[in-house]
Design a protein around this ligand. Structure first.
Ligand SMILES: C[S@@+](CC[C@H](N)C(=O)[O-])C[C@H]1O[C@@H](n2cnc3c(N)ncnc32)[C@H](O)[C@@H]1O
Length: 600
């Protein structure tokens, strides 16, 4: 049989793909080659987007990436360039699978931008902050005239939000370079990275072999169990590219096993000192891992970091940490009590996001028998997160309202039209508006991500939509629930659409007014809607309501005026709203306009 079949790399590949048949199939393929054909094995990877894993074979648009050439003649080595392998006479021209990828981000960034109907411009993308201000767009009068309430004639008893709230004069960002700006620290970036990853469509599914060793530290760690965890550690270290999260989980757990093994050795050999027991455990590990002691010690230092992060932020913080975690743990960047206490604070909130957005994530922990049941189920916003402990079901947080049937709220992604009021009509449809052209940028709008050219609020319309990195939380200031941003939202970025029942004729309850004086409508969030229902008021808000037409339909958006991570998202409810609310404003701002509202 051809010697390449027994090559260790081939063995590794078959382990990697868990395909015991690989060598047999390789052997039968090689049977067609002659002894002087200079056979080598080319190892390719195919680059594609995760949402297009159904590859199309193309010849023109080849995204295959030759990684290495393996030759038996070349003293069993892998080469990384075709020139190194040239003597083998091996075919190096690319052919293989590729996926058609749509690349609009460049176009998106280069598209010209136009002024919005209010003081905010749409952000170029969620990653790029709008650095400049339009000098003419900031005066209250100007803003007001452009945002004049559409249906100001209605004078009902309802407390109305208006998407055209008069905002207090905004301070222009200073251009003075001498004024220091607060940059996010490495810890901020690390934690934001975890939140971003958990709110991304990352796929974490794994398949394990049927027979796996069972682990339990309760009864001590025998040499056999320690050998098994060492074996696992080696396996996932070797497979790190394909299962990075698994690797980190195993390594963090290895540290626990190692400590438990030391304790067990001390019981087995009572004459051993702690240092001797450590060395003995280390030697055992090195035997299976086939690493030198020094090598293992170096790696262990990083793995200890993983364990510390897991101990503070829970397994979810480790699994969703992304690739930055290695650097953080290797160089221990910002690795202090500050990081650990922040991780402890977000641990249960992170679990809410992980359980509700990635219900299968705990399967990864099966690799070390640490998987438990899902704690939080349902919609991510059916949970109110707390700094002090596990999240509470949203339903249980309104006892003060004394509602006869309890608090019931159905989360929906899009507005629901009250057909009993409007028949088959959608009152949000703009009259004499071209539904294909954006009113702001004048570019073409379509729901098809590829042909859409309007990137005004691409996080919500015409782009790929991810769950926004926000959660409900219990405010400390007495406002009951509120909405907390887990990542920053650049100024001009849409956070969400104000979604609810599109209706008319609601009296005495909170509604958002929309439409025109001729065709008014209300958006009522009493029973259905999204998290915007829980956004509180501030007299110095970090967000604002803003109208926007998408495909000819008026949408009311919550747009960031610069929201920092871990801050409460707030809007200005407007004077007319507070005029009908017999409560004191608890926003706590020095410029608060309604602090003594109830006494007035
Ligand atoms: C749309 S809800 C906001 C979510 C609400 N906090 C909750 O727990 O459901 C609006 C109500 O929240 C309360 N609220 C919002 N902002 C407030 C503020 N700055 N001060 C006091 N109460 C506020 C008022 O009772 C108001 O009528």
């Amino acid at each position: 049989m051809h010697p390449i079949v027994h090559h260790p790399v081939v063995k590794k590949l078959s382990d990697l793909f868990e395909d015991a048949d690989l060598t047999r199939r390789l052997a039968s393929t090689l049977a067609s080659f002659g002894p002087h054909d200079g056979v080598c094995l080319r190892i390719d990877a195919v680059v594609c987007t995760s949402n297009s894993l159904e590859p199309k074979i193309t010849t023109k648009n080849d995204h295959s990436l030759p990684l290495a050439w393996l030759s038996v003649e070349n003293n069993r080595t892998l080469t990384t360039t075709p020139s190194q392998a040239a003597f083998l006479n091996a075919p190096v021209s690319g052919h293989g699978y590729s996926v058609t990828s749509q690349s609009t981000s460049k176009d998106v960034l280069e598209n010209p931008r136009h002024k919005t109907v209010s003081g905010l411009r749409p952000s170029k993308s969620s990653a790029i902050a709008v650095a400049t201000e339009d000098p003419e767009s900031d005066s209250d009068a100007d803003t007001e005239s452009r945002l004049r309430p559409s249906n100001v004639r209605i004078e009902p008893s309802v407390r109305q939000f208006h998407s055209d709230t008069r905002f207090p004069q905004r301070k222009k960002p200073t251009k003075d370079a001498a004024v220091p700006t607060l940059q996010p620290s490495s810890t901020d970036k690390f934690i934001a990275g975890i939140w971003r990853q958990v709110h991304s469509p990352v796929t974490l599914s794994v398949s394990f072999p049927d027979r796996r060793p069972e682990f339990s530290l309760g009864t001590g760690v025998s040499q056999a169990v320690f050998r098994a965890i060492n074996g696992l550690c080696k396996k996932y270290y070797d497979q790190s590219r394909s299962s990075r999260a698994l690797e980190i989980v195993v390594q963090a757990y290895w540290v626990e096993c190692y400590e438990a093994r030391i304790a067990s050795i001390r019981l087995e050999f009572p004459s051993y000192t702690n240092a001797e027991a450590r060395v003995a455990a280390l030697k055992e590990a090195c035997n299976t891992l086939t690493w030198h002691e020094k090598e293992l010690r170096n790696k262990m230092a990083v793995w200890r970091g993983y364990k510390e992060i897991k101990d503070s932020g829970g397994w979810a913080s480790l699994i969703f940490a992304g690739s930055g975690i290695y650097r953080v743990c290797k160089y221990r960047i910002g690795f202090d009590n500050g990081l650990m206490s922040r991780l402890r604070h977000i641990a249960s909130s992170l679990e809410v996001a992980a359980d509700t957005l990635h219900p299968g994530w705990r399967d990864l922990l099966r690799v070390v028998s640490q998987n438990g049941p899902c704690r939080y189920s349902g919609h991510p916003h059916e949970w109110v997160t707390l700094y002090t402990g596990p999240a509470l079901p949203l339903k249980t947080t309104y006892p003060h309202l004394k509602l006869p049937n309890g608090f019931n709220y159905q989360f929906v992604n899009d507005c629901v039209i009250d057909h009993s009021v409007f028949g088959g009509d959608d009152p949000r449809r703009g009259q004499e508006i071209d539904p294909d052209i954006c009113q702001l940028c004048k570019e073409q709008q379509t729901d098809d991500v590829i042909s859409n050219h309007c990137s005004c609020f691409s996080a919500l319309f015409g782009g790929v939509r991810y769950p926004p990195p926000v959660q409900l939380y219990h405010t400390a200031s007495g406002k009951n629930n509120g909405v907390i941003a887990r990542c920053e939202f650049d100024r001009g970025t849409a956070i969400a659409e104000f979604v609810g029942l599109v209706t008319q004729g609601i009296e005495g309850l909170d509604v958002m007014m929309g439409g025109s004086p001729e065709r008014p409508y209300q958006v009522f969030q009493g029973q259905v809607g999204n998290f915007t229902r829980f956004i509180n008021h501030s007299c110095r808000p970090n967000s604002q309501f803003q109208k926007f037409y998408w495909r000819g339909i008026e949408r009311i958006l919550v747009v960031s005026r610069g929201v920092t991570a871990e801050s409460e998202i707030t809007v200005d409810y407007s004077d007319s709203y507070w005029g009908k609310l017999k409560k004191n404003c608890l926003c706590g701002e020095t410029s608060c306009r309604f602090a003594h509202q109830a006494e007035a």
